[in-house]
Ligand binder design. Sequence first.
Ligand code: 5RP
Length: 225
Amino acid sequence: MDNISLEKQHAAIAATLLIKNGMTVGLGTGSTVTFFLNALAKRMRRENLSITGVTTSFKTEIIAQNLGIKIVDIDDVATIDLTIDGADEVDYDMNGIKGGGAAFLMEKIVANNSKRIVWIVDSQKVHLKLGLMPLPLEVVPFGSGKLMTELTKQHLYPTWRKKDGKLLVTDMGHYIVDLSLKTIDQPYELARYLDGKIGIVEHGLFLDIADEIIIGTTTGVEYLF
Ligand code: 5RP
């Protein structure tokens, strides 16, 4: 296993220790979360634990169900006790960019309904400032060409996200636009601008959302609180 995967696995295993019998758990999306789901399923079998999962993507739903984890609709639970999710980039203020896996709209809705949110990341994702990773926007297809023109005029460097040569369509039926910003000096100001734009359903800036970040290293884990 390469070092990045090893770090992801260390963070994922540490996160499984936060799960208690009977919890409703928000399940994020991505390769780090997949390590988490595998480790969690093992722990559930070993310790006879039972949890209910709320997923953030169809992909996670399939993985979790194949591992025997019970999945319910977000609207069928009163609350989500704890959500474990990955991130593409985090800073020391515990803000982050998510959406590399195109699931950030559902991830933000699940996070918004969770009592506690823990991100699991490898050490390469921790940066002083956000922006090195592209910032994704989930946009309504209708009028998205006009929106692209406006984002370009605002020097936000948008590009369509594609898969197999075609525009990627999210689980919720929208397109993804990635902003190549290099560095984001004013994340709150940018979030306010994007929140106010008609046609943008959600953006991948997750500010003041995580309660804890578990950073995998090659030898173990470190924590940001
Ligand atoms: C999906 C996400 C993922 O959490 C993020 O892309 C991290 O993925 P990985 O664990 O594969 O590095 O935000 O929308």
